[in-house]
Design a protein around this ligand. Structure first.
Ligand code: G3H
Ligand code: ZN
Length: 295
């Protein structure tokens, strides 16, 4: 790495300087390398994440080993996140496996249970690593974030009642000790039929209520118009998650290759298009987030 900054340092820097780090999901080596190469080319740090399904596919130890190899090879600050860990057990497994970060997502539970479970994961990580060199970063989630990372075929109703409430965010952050908070402000996982409309005022309210050392995270970044993304960053978002947009780029690239070369049986010759297309989207997103030249 050209910098020894931790993920926490980078998020603080982003917040102060008015840009955002990207978080990109993957489940294959080729996708991961494409993300890391994009970061290398435009000198951008990034979080690379695997949901429970994605990490079951690739393997936890495999993901950690690949991170180490790619950090050595490309020397860019990349951080491995256990995205949307829906149970305490899944989060602890990622801590033990050597991830840099865990997103413990108990947002489907009632507030008090979400808080207690999130706190348990924070305590677990703190006990595991030296308190004097605690670089591990933990994200909690508050609010009801709908949808999955796919192209939605049906309209998903957005209900402001599901949004993160500033007063709950304050208590949640204080009692759990998390480093990042995922908020719900009109965002929906996947590419929705309706154009999303982020509640920028709500982001500002949460940002001014929550201590500045806690970074705000916007999930479900796919399909959100560029202008809204820029406004969200200005309002205090320091990290943006993208999955569907890169999934679509990759799969569309694969389909094109298969159509253009129906006789080809060497997989590495078929998937190059998909890799290139995914990488292009990552570069575009990082530029949009203002994350270039930040390593
Ligand atoms: O955690 C993953 C992200 O929130 C992805 O959301 O598929 O809408 O980009 P997205
Ligand atoms: Zn998400």
């Amino acid at each position: 790495m050209t910098t020894n900054l931790t993920l926490k340092d980078i998020l603080q820097k982003a917040q102060k300087e008015g840009w955002a780090t990207g978080h990109f999901n993957f489940s294959e080596l080729d996708q991961m390398r494409a993300i890391v190469e994009a970061c290398y080319e435009i000198k951008s740090p990034a979080i690379i994440g695997l949901s429970e399904g994605e990490r079951k596919h690739l393997g936890l130890k495999e993901a950690v080993a690949l991170r180490d190899v790619m950090r050595g090879e490309y020397k860019v600050p990349i951080f491995l996140n256990a995205d949307h860990s829906k149970s305490i057990e899944a989060a602890k497994q990622a801590v033990d496996a050597g991830f840099d970060s865990v997103h413990i997502d108990l947002s489907a539970l009632p507030f008090e249970q979400n808080m207690a479970g999130t706190k348990e994961v924070v305590e677990y990580a703190k006990n595991k690593f030296s308190i004097f060199n605690f670089q591990f970063s933990i994200e909690g989630e508050l609010g009801y974030l709908k949808g999955e990372s796919k192209i939605q075929k049906e309209k998903i109703a957005v209900n402001p009642e599901d949004y993160t409430k500033p007063e709950e965010a304050v208590r949640f952050v204080k009692e759990t000790g998390i480093n990042r908070l995922a908020i719900v402000v009109g965002n929906i996982h996947g590419i929705s039929l309706d154009e999303p409309s982020l509640d920028i005022e709500r982001i500002k309210e949460i940002r001014s209520a929550v201590p500045e050392e806690v970074a705000l995270v916007l999930h479900a970044g796919s399909g959100i118009p560029d202008e809204q993304i820029k406004e969200a960053i200005k309002a205090g978002i320091a990290n943006i998650h993208i999955n569907t947009d890169i999934r679509v780029a990759y799969v569309e690239g694969l389909k094109r290759s298969l159509q253009e070369k129906p006789e080809e049986v060497a997989v590495y010759k078929i998937d190059q298009q998909a890799i290139d297309d995914l990488k292009k989207v990552v570069v575009e997103k990082l530029k949009l987030f203002g994350a270039t030249g930040r390593t």
